[in-house]
Design a protein around this ligand. Structure first.
Ligand SMILES: [Zn+2]
Length: 82
């Protein structure tokens, strides 16, 4: 009997390819440190910016960052009121 493994490969598809990355940032307004969770698609490369309200003073912080290979780099925190 010939044993053949061809055709038995399983392909597992992941429908959700989002990585949640927790990052500590310093508030633009009150200089307190708080955590934001950045949702990054594993296949996304490029520039992103989002507004997060500070958990301490509630002012909007604009968070700009670059994503390469699922890694967040170069986070810049600025004024989200513009
Ligand atoms: Zn603040």
């Amino acid at each position: 009997m010939i044993c053949c493994s061809i055709g038995s490969t399983k392909i597992i598809k992941y429908h959700l390819a989002l990585s949640q990355i927790y990052h500590s940032i310093t508030c633009y307004f009150c200089f307190e440190t708080f955590e934001v969770d950045l949702e990054v698609d594993d296949h996304f490369n490029g520039h992103n910016d989002e507004i997060y309200d500070c958990v301490v003073c509630c002012n909007p912080n604009r968070i700009e960052y670059d994503v390469y290979d699922g890694e967040v780099r170069g986070i810049v925190v600025g004024d989200g009121n513009e």
